[in-house]
Design a protein around this ligand. Sequence first.
Ligand SMILES: [Zn+2]
Length: 572
Amino acid sequence: MARILITSAIPYINGIKHLGNLIGSQLPADLYARYQRGRGNEVMFLCATDEHGTPAELAAAKAGKPVAEYCADMYAVQADIAKRFGLSFDHFGRSSSEQNKRLTQHFAGKLDDAGLIREVSEKQVYSNADGRFLPDRYIEGTCPNCGYERARGDQCENCTKQLDPTDLINPRSAISGSTDLEVRETKHLYLRQSAMKDQLDAWIDSKTDWPILTTSIAKKWLHDGDGLQDRGITRDLDWGVPVKKGEQDWPGMEGKVFYVWFDAPIEYIACAKEWADANGKSDADWERWWRTDKGAEDVRYVQFMGKDNVPFHTLSFPATILGSGEPWKMVDHLKSFNYLNYDGGQFSTSQGRGVFMDQALEILPADYWRWWLLSHAPESSDSEFTWENFQQSVNKDLADVLGNFVSRITKFCRSKFGETVPEGGALGAREQTLIEDLTKRIRAYEGHMEAMEVRKSAQELRAIWVAGNEYLQAAAPWSTFKEDPDQAAVQVRLGLNLIRLYAVLSAPFIPDTSAKMLSAMNTLDTRWPDDVSAALDALPAGHSFTVPDVLFTKVTDEQREDWQSRFSGTRA
Ligand SMILES: [Zn+2]
């Protein structure tokens, strides 16, 4: 039995995510976790909310809540939606947890011991009215280049010129609008990533099985221009992990917090301790996933993320854990995704354009979305959600192919043999051909799933469903029943067993429907079909079943048009 550690990039706390976010990491990570569990492997699947930083503070202020309360509320909302989408995390943690606080401070202390932290004195804009330093993008003013009046301190949105806050004409706080700003001196900690360049380079070079897209992004950051740069890991904010050196105070760093990019990936590890603490487990139980000196040397660690997160996962986070000098588990494989676009444009959280996770579940069950998103995952390039394509995919793949197969065979059996697997007859040449075809296809499906080729896996699964339909069409038990009821019986018996087989194979994609199919077949047998012939004998003659309700209803043209206009922008 293999042991597989899986993490999904952690979603930011300020709001409900759209379907583009979902297919960019959490959903494919869930597919892989469910598949590996289905194969009998031991899986630890972790995700969390990313809660620190200025955007959370501002969102809380907008909602009129203290930031800790806002984050607790939004965490509950995100956890509930994740559950309703069937995301099977072993633990869904929070980067604001005590466990992450302590671990982040621990890493900072170890990095400092290793000489990898330096203090830097900087000038930064302070807002007297807000009583705080302002991050560059929370300073607004007139662009010196184009005259746009709402340029941000880091960049002008209008002419895209990169700016310094001091370049702005008539600068003001984006938080309060106050112009009572001054430049103050402040001290920050920098992680000396430049000192770790060779170590990171050698580590990336050892990853010969990574996609070129991933290694080329990492190499670019390592070598372009002046090479890998040191990065600030602290901020003058209230909301975050207080800067400490392990358990000790850090002189000169009072009132400062670690920058969100430093503590967020550490939550991957802290989340496992949260899991242990929440389930009455010991430290040894989570450390066997994360410490190579405590049992994790045989763990395979896979990360799922959008392409914009690749630099953090190939360089910044590895710099933190390699730099600590401690034997933490490093990532073995990164699976990254391109972007999903929405109906001729982009998903937009700020404009409410596209379908958000809560809205999706208001109009259709999770499996409809899971199937479409996974079968159209933006792997080799960006992909696009259109309502026409969604309607076609649901109606053809789910309703016509899988749903119709299940309905047809169970109803036919009930009308001729009753709700019991019929006995009699023997497998003939047609059945043997089907078994050979299915065996080939299931082995291909396993290969694609192991390789995390999401679209190819979906295509193969669909082909497996189609093979059953084609068999049923050709065998036509409704015709053979008249002359040779024994032959009809063996065909129907095979068909009913195919339902169980399909439920097992399809569970990673459409878990709720898979559970319905197993329940209708009155079985708890979810054994993987290593031997397809034996798997098609799992439900013996005499085994009782029930005809399930319709598994998938078709999307009508009226629904499609209604949804298309409803989600075109500005969510209610
Ligand atoms: Zn401009």
